[in-house]
Design a protein around this ligand. Structure first.
Ligand SMILES: Cc1ncc(COP(=O)(O)O)c(C=O)c1O
Length: 426
């Protein structure tokens, strides 16, 4: 996987130390361009998913590129407001939050996306037709997703037997037993609530979801949304969420935006003709824009051999990059200190008192103590999911822009660990 040619790793280490997250705006630009080019013929609006990497300098950079924000909490909205984003340039797409939190977002003027019938009913009771909202759907396409097949649109009832077999932790966003969205098996109830309170539905949302690797399935999801969206006379936009994957390994299969763009455009144009107006299309990409633009630079601290395994210990761990341990995610690792060294097999492990794998059975150019290793695809859900586990500091963050490396977050200090803690007397 590619390394950024704009980054001098030794200089970064010298100026900022390790571990450190480094982001490159040139790669962000490239990804924005790809997105815009794939959807150039639809009225597309990009709203960057703040949760993927929420540093305010990254958000500000997205603003300079004409993006809005997809937010999932009131503090994310507040960060956006402070940076000068208008409420209308944001969207609030939280999951499992109280209606009070939804109200706060509505009162600020941010368009809200409602993902459960309980909050929809509360919204109807509270606002009636006075304020518009968007509804997040879950299209029940799991079987097609798993089999890479498509069939007729099916808003079928929940299959209880299937439910019992499902491990709800692993269930993907388009599965009707996942916690996301309003299941199409509740379609009748959904419409009942909307009619009862005369709720103004201005948007219909479907998170594109990284499990969708098949363009036919993608199109079917799009058709599902348009089918439902056609029922709402106040419709202004459809929102296809985020979830567009990028490669973590060269042979990864991902959905190519250039392939789905024209298919999407066809459905979109047909839909606009059918309803007699041009609607906006919103996207909420996080990882597509920032995953490849971010790297975690770490230094090797300890080399050891246990049994037949050669371990490379580094000065970071799942407190800084959770994804390998949480999702078994593959993140390429490169030894930038010894790029021509002999290839050897290692397990790269973090420094937490815990099972802490960053990469197992990896072929790396021979590693020595104090070598610099770069962990790829670290921009999305890297720093933003970091913690202080083992009372270790969160790393610094650096942004490379126009060849200059700028600190955008200081490394934490001992005082940060104690902040908000209260020592009581006994
Ligand atoms: C509703 C919604 N929008 C956007 C995103 C961002 O997804 P990604 O970073 O995969 O593009 C997510 C991620 O879970 C989401 O649930």
């Amino acid at each position: 996987m590619e390394l950024s040619e704009n980054i001098n790793w030794n200089e970064i280490e010298k100026s900022f130390g390790t571990p450190v997250y480094v982001y490159d705006t040139a790669i962000i630009d490239r990804q924005i361009k790809k997105f815009r080019s794939a959807f150039k013929n639809v009225n597309a609006h990009l709203k960057y998913a703040v949760k993927s990497c929420s540093n305010i300098s990254i958000l500000k950079y997205m603003q300079t590129q004409g993006l809005g924000l997809d937010t999932v909490s009131i503090p994310e909205i507040k960060m956006g407001l402070e940076l000068g984003f208008k409420p209308s340039e944001m969207v609030f797409t939280p999951n499992i939050v109280s209606f009070e939190e939804m109200r706060e977002a509505v009162d600020i003027g941010v368009p809200v996306n409602i993902e459960n019938l309980q909050n929809l009913e509360s919204f109807g009771k509270h606002y009636g037709n006075a304020v518009g909202c968007c509804i997040r759907l879950n299209p029940n396409l799991v079987d097609e997703v798993e089999q890479g097949q498509t069939g007729d649109l099916d808003f079928s009832a929940v299959n209880k037997e299937h439910y019992d077999e499902v491990d709800s932790v692993k269930v993907s966003a388009w599965h009707n037993q996942s916690k996301f969205g309003i299941s199409m098996s509740q379609y009748d109830l959904l419409m009942e609530i909307i009619e009862k309170y005369n709720i103004r539905i201005e948007g219909v949302h479907l998170h594109s979801s990284h499990v969708i690797l098949n363009k036919e399935v993608f199109v079917k999801g799009v058709q599902t949304v348009f089918e439902i969206a056609s029922k709402f006379k106040d419709l202004r936009y459809v929102d296809f969420g985020g979830g567009i994957m990028v490669k973590h390994k060269t042979d990864d299969v991902v959905i190519e935006l250039d392939d789905v763009g024209p298919l999407f455009e066809k459905e979109y144009k047909r839909f606009c003709e059918r309803i007699g107006k041009t609607i906006e299309v919103w996207f909420e990409p996080g990882r597509f824009l920032i995953s490849e633009a971010g790297f975690l630079l770490t230094k090797t601290t300890v080399l050891k051999t246990n049994g037949h395994i050669d371990f490379v210990g580094v000065d970071t761990g799942f407190n800084h990059l959770l994804r390998p341990m949480m999702y078994n995610a593959y993140h390429e690792i490169t030894n930038v200190t010894n790029p021509k060294g002999e290839l050897k097999q290692y397990n790269i492990v973090g420094n937490l008192c815990e099972i802490d794998n960053l990469g197992t059975q990896r072929m790396l150019n021979e590693v020595s103590v104090n070598d610099l290793l770069v962990i790829h695809n670290a921009g999305a859900y890297g720093f933003s999911m970091s913690s202080n586990y083992n009372s270790k500091f969160k790393p610094a963050e650096v942004l490379i822009h126009n060849g200059e490396a700028k600190l955008i977050r200081k490394r934490q200090s001992y005082n940060d660990l104690l902040a908000n803690q209260i020592e009581i007397d006994f």
